[in-house]
Design a protein around this ligand. Structure first.
Ligand SMILES: NC(=O)c1ccc[n+]([C@@H]2O[C@H](COP(=O)([O-])OP(=O)(O)OC[C@H]3O[C@@H](n4cnc5c(N)ncnc54)[C@H](OP(=O)(O)O)[C@@H]3O)[C@@H](O)[C@H]2O)c1
Length: 371
């Protein structure tokens, strides 16, 4: 979370923005039995405004429940809906993982984030069944295997494998996992094609920095609808929804900042404050937990942060980066990733985060180290 605050730039929430947000209840109800995600009529890509015109895009707005969080969704640039709070599923393996996913779904989470690399896609399919829901009730985001960027055929195979694992014929959101995987122009064009073929309702990227997004824009490419990253203000200007990965900074900042004092004052946990901050900023946080009580806690329900508290959290920026292998790749030069595949020596990963914070040993420490 501290990292998110680090990159946001401004401090207080824009009240005007939320004031403009449409708040009517969705006519399908929530949670619905019919598919409500991305069910809007799609704009054919040929009719989309070119990147140069994207300043005209309407700002992203929240819809649904009267306050940010579970029940709220973000209307994406092309018209699809994405639930605002998600469950990160990296590490949610086996029976415990399936049950954690079902717990979250029963509690009202409707977005689950995964990646072919996480090996949790089958657990997601099983968790949905366990919760008594159908595939269409849940918004699933998954990511291309990075090494599959070597060829278009492998990217297609990566998606085919994800679809098989998930027991579905489409994903709601398909992301490029990391710019370091390279050949971005080719792979992005293919993702747009896969979307037009109906295999993905929306496509986006992850770990992309401003220079890389600008590289796409200047190359005349359609911009992603979502960037999953440790947050940047650039997104808002271009109608890109911000999915905040590792919104708890992997727990490594707990007890090391003013957030712990605030949590004590408010009688809440640091995790709840971090997630509510993210929700009220209009981001899409995807905290991961395998622990049923924490999954419920992470809905950050029953309280709101006032503007002063929002500003106080935004000021916590210490530059700490919890995803030490993934996040630094947002700084890779566009030229390095646009057409070729950058050498791993250029990734700049394995940095220690700046500032205080625990460097714990867990699966998350090395799950991005593969190639
Ligand atoms: N695109 C990428 O490159 C990328 C990189 C990193 C993450 N992600 C996505 O973001 C998701 C979340 O990131 P993350 O798992 O790295 O970090 P995170 O969500 O910030 O933190 C997860 C850690 O915090 C603990 N935790 C969860 N809720 C807690 C609470 N209420 N109180 C105390 N500790 C709590 C979890 O332990 P327990 O499980 O034991 O509760 C786990 O150790 C991932 O699952 C993945 O979907 C994507």
């Amino acid at each position: 979370m501290a990292t998110a605050a680090a990159l946001v730039g401004d401090s207080a929430p824009s009240r005007g923005r939320w004031g403009r947000a449409r708040r009517e209840a969705n006519s399908e109800g929530y949670p619905g039995r019919q598919s409500r995600w991305g069910s809007e009529a799609k704009v054919p890509s040929a009719a989309l405004p070119r990147a140069e015109q994207d300043e005209d895009f309407r700002p992203l707005a929240l819809e649904g429940a009267p306050r940010p969080g579970v029940g709220c969704s973000i209307r994406l640039r092309r018209g699809g809906l994405m639930p605002q709070l998600g469950l990160g599923s990296g590490g949610l393996e086996g029976r415990e993982g399936r049950e954690a996913i079902a717990t979250a779904l029963r509690a009202g989470y409707r977005l689950i984030d995964t990646a072919l690399y996480y090996r949790t896609e089958k657990e997601i399919a099983a968790g949905i069944r366990l919760a008594g829901l159908s595939r269409s009730d849940v918004f699933i985001s998954t990511k291309v295997l990075q090494k599959a960027h070597a060829s278009n055929a492998q990217v297609r195979e990566s998606l085919a494998e994800s679809l098989k694992n998930l027991g579905t014929n489409y994903v709601d959101l398909y992301l490029i996992h990391n710019p370091r995987a390279g050949r971005i122009k080719e792979v992005w064009a293919l993702l747009l094609q896969l979307r037009d073929e109906g295999l993905a309702r929306a496509v986006g990227v992850s770990n992309f920095g401003i220079a890389q997004l600008e590289g796409m824009r200047e190359a005349g490419l359609e911009l992603p609808e979502v960037n999953q990253i440790e947050v940047t203000a650039y997104h808002e200007r271009h109608g890109i929804a911000t999915m905040t990965m590792a919104p708890l900074a992997r727990g490594r900042m707990f007890g090391y900042s003013d957030l712990s004092k605030m949590a004590e004052e408010m009688g809440r946990s640091e995790a709840e404050l971090a997630i509510r901050w993210s929700l009220q900023r209009g981001f899409v946080p995807i905290p991961k937990s395998i622990n049923p009580q924490r999954i419920l806690l992470n809905m950050a329900d029953g309280f709101d942060l006032n503007p002063r508290q929002m500003a106080r959290i935004s000021q916590l920026d210490s530059g700490f980066m919890s995803c030490t292998m993934a996040s630094p790749c947002h700084e890779l030069a566009w030229d390095l990733v646009s057409d070729g595949i950058p050498h791993p020596d250029t990734w700049g990963g394995n940095r220690k985060g700046k500032g205080k914070g625990k460097q714990t040993g867990s699966w998350t420490d090395d799950y991005q180290t593969w190639w």
